[in-house]
Design a protein around this ligand. Structure first.
Ligand SMILES: NC(=O)c1ccc[n+]([C@@H]2O[C@H](COP(=O)([O-])OP(=O)(O)OC[C@H]3O[C@@H](n4cnc5c(N)ncnc54)[C@H](O)[C@@H]3O)[C@@H](O)[C@H]2O)c1
Length: 255
């Protein structure tokens, strides 16, 4: 049950983040959506409000947010605290990809991907974690990837950032367990989003090759990740912490 919980979701303008926001809002949570795409995140929140019959401000908030800027993340958490008085759940979902040979990576390429995927995750954990630890309850959910366990060529900063998220998840889980705060990650396989559609279009990955390697035979819908996030935030997952839960239709165990 997540009814009455306040939930912050980053990268919520589209894709998996929007689906996570929708699942929580549909389950009765108050959801704050943050995304670097300001108009996009407002549009998504408005769409959810209409679809689910919810009120902007009361049950949904939308903010432009760059997760790689720590002061913006701090200000976002404080804005939600001011509006709703507590932070129950944060979902670190914002993430970017880069397909480039490791020898061709510039300093900026490296820092950009790590800055959004890993620094951003840490900044929000720290900003929200302060409130959660002080209050003695809270749930953090970080969106990693099956890239945590594979050597994917041309994806060095992405794979490193996601492996870093799995490590951060373990450390914070152990550090905050006695304060009643659980920290877990979800490692999605291939999900039907713009990120993956773009990779198909660019020829970075081929749809038929990918589906042949998924025992369940298809890519997941974004809402599947939303459903798993709601589960991890619920009391049913009360004894689960420090884990990176793979949600990939069997892709990572298929030989
Ligand atoms: N799609 C997949 O198959 C897949 C698989 C494994 C993991 N993931 C992970 O899931 C997460 C979401 O992926 P998606 O497929 O929905 O991607 P997406 O590109 O569709 O959405 C990502 C969102 O993050 C936002 N964003 C980018 N930089 C940001 C920043 N600095 N601050 C705030 N928001 C920012 C974008 O505007 C966008 O709305 C990512 O962390 C990604 O690595 C996706």
């Amino acid at each position: 049950m997540v009814t009455g919980k306040t939930v912050l979701v980053t990268g919520a303008a589209g894709g998996i983040g929007a689906a996570i926001a929708e699942e929580f809002a549909g389950a009765g949570a108050q959801v704050a959506l943050g995304d670097i795409d300001g108009p996009g995140v407002k549009e998504t929140a408005t769409r959810l409000a209409t679809k689910l019959g919810l009120e902007m401000g009361q049950e949904l908030l939308a903010h432009r947010l760059n997760v790689s800027a720590s002061q913006e993340v701090e200000a976002w958490v404080e804005a939600v605290m001011t509006a709703w008085g507590k932070v129950d759940v944060v979902v670190n979902n914002a993430g970017i990809q880069l397909n480039r040979a490791s020898l061709d990576l510039s300093d900026d390429d490296w820092q950009r991907v790590l800055g959004v995927n890993l620094d951003g995750c840490f900044y929000l954990c720290r900003a929200a974690g302060r409130h959660m630890v002080a209050r003695g309850e809270g749930v953090v959910i970080n969106i990693a990837s099956i890239a945590v366990q594979f050597g994917m060529p041309r994806r060095l900063p992405y794979c490193v950032s996601k492996a870093g998220i799995a490590a951060l998840t373990r450390v914070l889980a152990v550090e905050w367990a006695s304060a009643g705060v659980r920290v877990n990650a979800i490692a999605p396989g291939y999900i039907e989003t713009e990120l993956v559609r773009y990779a198909f279009e660019q020829g970075h990955i081929r749809p038929e090759e990918i589906t042949a390697k998924i025992p369940q035979g298809e890519l997941a819908k974004p809402r599947t990740i939303g459903e798993v996030a709601v589960f991890l935030a619920s009391d049913a997952a009360g004894y689960i912490t420090g884990q990176t839960l793979v949600v990939d239709g069997g892709y990572s165990v298929f030989k």
